[in-house]
Design a protein around this ligand. Structure first.
Ligand code: ADP
Length: 710
């Protein structure tokens, strides 16, 4: 009995001891956890507000020394390319000052305890370094070491390391603490790097946006200034030409050549801005390039011989039909030729050599002029660049433009030169030869010069002033129609529908005759495109069709064709149809006259023309009291050129653009006067600055004085 009581007591005691131990262990673990939590809290707080990787690393090393009781702490960051760990932050006895490392060292991955930890990606605690072969002494020998890797997204970026002079200084607690600190450090660095990347991307985007904006502004400015300068210059040029006809004095000649120079420069600037903003389009036409080049060289030969410079040309015999844009080609050749002449002296020779091989046309312009030095040669195609031996002679734009144009063709331009010996410019253009029977010239015929208008006598001369566009892909038939009409009208002929639409939009003919059956854009499509376009909707269209073609006829009428002519037709019939339609146009003018007299809200729209008239009147009315509002401003608001608007308005009314604006102003003046406004108030309200001018204009339009209406 006693024995069993003793045994039971022993067992109970044993359990009590075990339980006590368990309790102690739990307490210890709880303390450890609490301590770790404190460390996390402390380090997180301290890292808060550190915004660069450098700041983060220094903060951690400092706190490891201050908070964990280490004598030193070093952070290495891996240089991926060289696979070397570089000291980036170090605190402790040796490195007492922040952001200053006493003797920074590099450790290759795999070497020493730090290198080992980096290689393995696992933490390591060495209690006695004398017994570990991996340990390397840097300066003082230390007896224990601890190292933990810093890892971001499974990738090692560095190592946190600490050494101590005593053996067994570091404990498991230290290891756990350092592991937690390493995770904190990695997270903070990852966030900072992401933020830095984001900021960098944002800065780059901002910079790119600013550059783009500046570029757009610059292009716009160039284009606007060039435009503004071109109009007065063109007017000056016209006046100079008139004066020269009357008195061929030297002064006028000088002015003419200078105005031409300025105009050329401005046109070059405009072309360049268009090219740079991607708005320049090549207008390709199939033609014999040899013939074209021969003609161009001819022009320059006569010009050069005046200055005693000889031009020798080597252009292959025969014909080479290719697709090219005459204006662009003219620009390229004239820049090269005029430079060669400009930079040559009396007695020099210029060679002009053309070759065609493997679908590439090569043009060489070789001169014996002043040459270009080595330093300038690569820069001559830059905007406004002039070599030092030519400053002040030209403008430095010609070659830039030539290069842009050559590149638009997908070609190349370059130069070779020796100073004082001469230069050779090479142009290579990829051109595919077109067989002669595939040729399709664009505009084959435009009849005699435009007749002069006689305002007083409308009848016969008025008819001759009408412009008729023939769209016919059969060359012979087109020519026949042109021949029949050219006595009475100004006629142009284009060979396909697309060109027909372009020409109609550009020059607004008074009437169009188009074949229905054409390759590409056919007559029906042409009709529907032109009838649905503001500018051209009023133009009468006669479609030419085959006798049996009733279905197309219905289709054509639905798209707004004004008349049909069945093939074959005779001249009388054709002329009668044309006259009939032109006459109808005249009658329509009187109908529109009624509309003009109404205010926009009273106009009930029945067709496209009325929509257009209403639009124009509304714009004028919105600017009624603005005496600066004239034809130019109206064109701008409608997005049309002066010529286009003039032709459109005269085709619908009997007025020119300016007189139409004045007519509307006076018409509204009448309304104001009727409701009792004073004459001077009214004049001001309808945009007249001068009362006397208003009174005169009013009298002229209505036959009585404004005060009579008042
Ligand atoms: P510029 O109107 O000044 O001639 P370009 O753009 O046509 O402008 O040419 C740029 C520069 O290249 C010229 O100012 C000149 O220095 C040099 N250059 C061009 N062509 C020749 C040439 N044939 N001989 C010597 N120098 C030339």
């Amino acid at each position: 009995m006693l024995l069993s009581i003793f045994a039971a007591t022993c067992i109970a005691l044993l359990y009590a001891i075990q339980y006590g131990e368990q309790l102690n262990r739990k307490k210890e673990a709880l303390n450890d956890a609490k301590e770790l939590e404190k460390i996390i809290h402390y380090f997180s707080n301290s890292l808060y507000g550190k915004n660069t990787v450098d700041e983060i690393l220094w903060d951690i090393t400092k706190n490891c020394v201050g908070h964990l009781g280490f004598v030193d702490c070093v952070i290495y960051i891996l240089d991926e390319r060289s696979q070397v760990l570089k000291q980036k932050a170090a605190y402790g006895n040796k490195n007492i000052r922040a952001h200053e490392i006493y003797n920074p060292i590099d450790i290759p991955v795999g070497k020493g305890i730090v290198g080992y930890v980096a290689k393995e990606g696992k933490p390591l605690l060495v209690e006695d370094t004398t017994k570990d072969t991996r340990y390397i002494i840097d300066d003082n020998s230390r007896l224990s070491e601890i190292a933990v890797p810093i890892i971001i997204k499974d990738k090692l970026i560095g190592v946190i390391d600490s050494e101590h002079p005593d053996k067994k200084f570091y404990t498991k607690k230290h290891l756990n603490a350092l592991k937690v600190i390493s995770v904190l450090c990695a997270n903070k660095i990852a966030g900072t790097l992401a933020e830095e990347e984001r900021e960098k991307a944002l800065r780059i985007k901002l910079f790119a946006d600013q550059l783009k904006e500046i570029d757009t502004l610059r292009t716009k400015l160039f284009a606007n200034i060039s435009h503004e300068l071109r109009t007065p210059l063109t007017l000056m040029k016209g006046t100079i030409e008139d004066q020269m006809e009357q008195s061929p004095a030297e002064g006028w000649k000088l002015m003419e050549s200078q105005t031409n120079k300025l105009l050329r420069l401005i046109n070059q600037l405009l072309d360049l801005t268009k090219l740079e903003s991607g708005k320049f389009q090549l207008k390709l036409e199939s033609k014999c390039i040899y013939n074209y080049i021969r003609a161009q060289v001819g022009i320059y030969t006569s010009f050069a011989t005046k200055g005693s410079i000889e031009i020798i040309s080597h252009i292959p015999e025969g014909k080479l039909y290719v697709e090219f844009d005459e204006d662009a080609m003219d620009n390229i050749l004239s820049n090269l030729m005029s430079n060669a002449i400009k930079y040559s002296s009396k007695g020099d020779k210029i060679e002009f050599i053309v070759n065609y091989k493997d679908n590439v046309l090569e043009i060489q312009v070789k001169d014996q002029g002043i040459g270009i030095n080595e330093e300038s040669l690569p820069k001559i195609f830059d905007r406004f660049y002039q070599a030092s031996n030519t400053v002040g002679i030209g403008t430095g734009l010609g070659l830039t433009l030539a290069k842009e144009l050559v590149e638009l063709y997908g070609g190349q331009i370059y130069a070779e030169s020796t100073i004082d010996k001469g230069s050779t410019f090479f142009v290579k253009l990829p051109f595919k030869r077109i067989a002669e029977d595939e040729l399709k010239p664009a505009v084959v015929y435009v009849s005699e010069k435009k007749q002069k208008r006689h305002n007083s006598n409308e009848t016969k001369n008025d008819v001759k002033d009408k412009y008729i566009l023939v769209v016919e892909d059969n060359l012979a038939l087109g020519e026949m129609i042109v021949n029949k009409l050219k006595q009475s009208y100004k006629v142009a002929h284009v060979l396909d529908g697309k060109l027909g639409v372009e020409e109609a939009k550009k020059n607004l003919p008074d009437l169009i005759i188009s074949d229905v059956m054409m390759e590409g854009l056919n007559g029906i499509e042409l009709c529907s495109q032109l009838k649905s376009y503001d500018l051209t909707s009023h133009i009468p269209i006669i479609l030419l069709t085959a006798k049996t073609d009733t279905e197309t006829k219905i289709l054509g009428l639905n798209t707004g064709a004004d008349d049909y002519l069945l093939k074959p037709f005779n001249t009388k019939e054709l002329k009668a149809r044309i006259e009939n339609l032109l006459q109808q146009r005249k009658l329509l003018k009187s109908q529109y006259k009624k509309i003009i007299d109404l205010s926009p809200s009273d106009i009930t729209i029945t067709n496209n023309e009325e929509i257009f008239v209403k639009k124009v009147i509304t714009i004028i009315e919105q600017n009624l009291d603005n005496n600066n509002f004239g034809a130019t401003e109206l064109c701008k608001s409608l997005g049309m050129s002066r010529m286009q608007l003039h032709r459109k308005i005269t085709s619908l009314t009997e007025y020119s653009t300016s007189s139409f604006i004045r007519y509307i102003r006076l018409q509204r003046a009448k309304d104001f006067l009727k409701i009792g406004e004073t004459v001077s108030q009214t004049a001001y309200k309808v945009g007249f600055n001068s009362l006397s001018y208003f009174t005169t204009a009013f009298k002229k339009q209505f036959g009585s004085l404004p005060s009579d209406f008042n």
